[in-house]
Design a protein around this ligand. Sequence first.
Ligand SMILES: [Zn+2]
Length: 425
Amino acid sequence: MSDLNFSDPKSAELYQLEKLNHILSIAVQAPFYKRLYQNIELPLKSLYELKKLPVIDKQTLCTEGETCKKNLYTSSGEGFYTFSTGGTSGRMSFARYSLDEFHEVCFGAAYGLTACGITPNDLVANCIRAGAFWTGFLTSYRALEMIGCNILPITDNQPVEKTLEYLELMRPNTLFGISPTLVQIAQEATRRGVNLDIEKVAFASTPLTTEQESYLSAVWPKATFHSAGYGAAEVGPIGFQCEHCTGTEHHIALSDCIVEQDDDGAIIATSLIRVLQPAIRMKIGDNIEWMGGECPCGRTSPRFKLLQRSDEIIEFEYDSMSLEQIGSCIGNFKELAPVFQVRLDLNGKDTDIIIRIEAADGDAVDDYQLTSRIYECLCKDIPAVGTNRSKNNIRAFKILVVPSGGIQRVETTGKIRRVIDKRFM
Ligand SMILES: [Zn+2]
């Protein structure tokens, strides 16, 4: 098959429609989809008719999956992987991929990494955490293998001190990890005065924030940044970044996914890979904005920008505060790493806020003056905790600078829950 992402829109649509109808014809063998589509005429005559199918949110699938798992499977299946789709939400839910489907997922990830500049010549340290039903390490190692890279399977399963020892020993030119891991490696390298001479930083899971990218650039000035793309454990690859995509811009991965946007701006994704446990018109929980114009890379696949997630905006009585605001304020302090967590507690009718921020080096931890400067900066830049604090019923607002790695990681992935909101629990 030629590269669908370069083809004319008509051929791409025909390819997607054919693959979709194939999946739908099998999907109705699963009791859940059989019931869901009982009044819908299949096959669909155009991609536009996809709108006739109901949108499925994660919640529906979770409930369905837990109470009667078999309802979602199109066959009892021989040869499959079971992956966790729980992510940072804390609740375990699972998705089943056949071995062939998982091969395609990895191929999609390899396509994305190649499109944004990872080559067979790279010596890549794979620092993604392994195990615990997470797709992360398995997908990345197979994707790197498909590209033909030289691979160091280091993982993030050991303390950062040990990871740095391995890196010093092997001298990779490319580091691959999720953002909190990459920042922690950079901090540890700085602390110990180790020059790793990194040329490429590849990241998975969530895009690097502006502050994270500039932090890593300061430690590794030669480094360029490369994304493994955007996807969801329950859908597979959704978008990829070419060398011209910046921030949260992505091309749709046309051979793997159909992307729609609902009236509220939310992304709805249909996997063109998953047949054993289809994922059709799934609401992922992210909002997108379409991008116009042509991409200089020559690909015709449409581009979208991921917008700030709704859980990245913290609402109060009167106005709100975003993680982006906090991040950009923290970016002003070279003593701090771009890694933080906001905790909200209810105290009677009032809210108490604690922001934990990791220090770039140990000296910052007990620096009272630094803490008050951060406090002042946040109050000045963010009206919700500054001028509007009393209107928002905010009682205490506290900054804690903690050592590198001092914010608790999600054990299975190494990710950080950026907001812990105990107000509604
Ligand atoms: Zn492009």
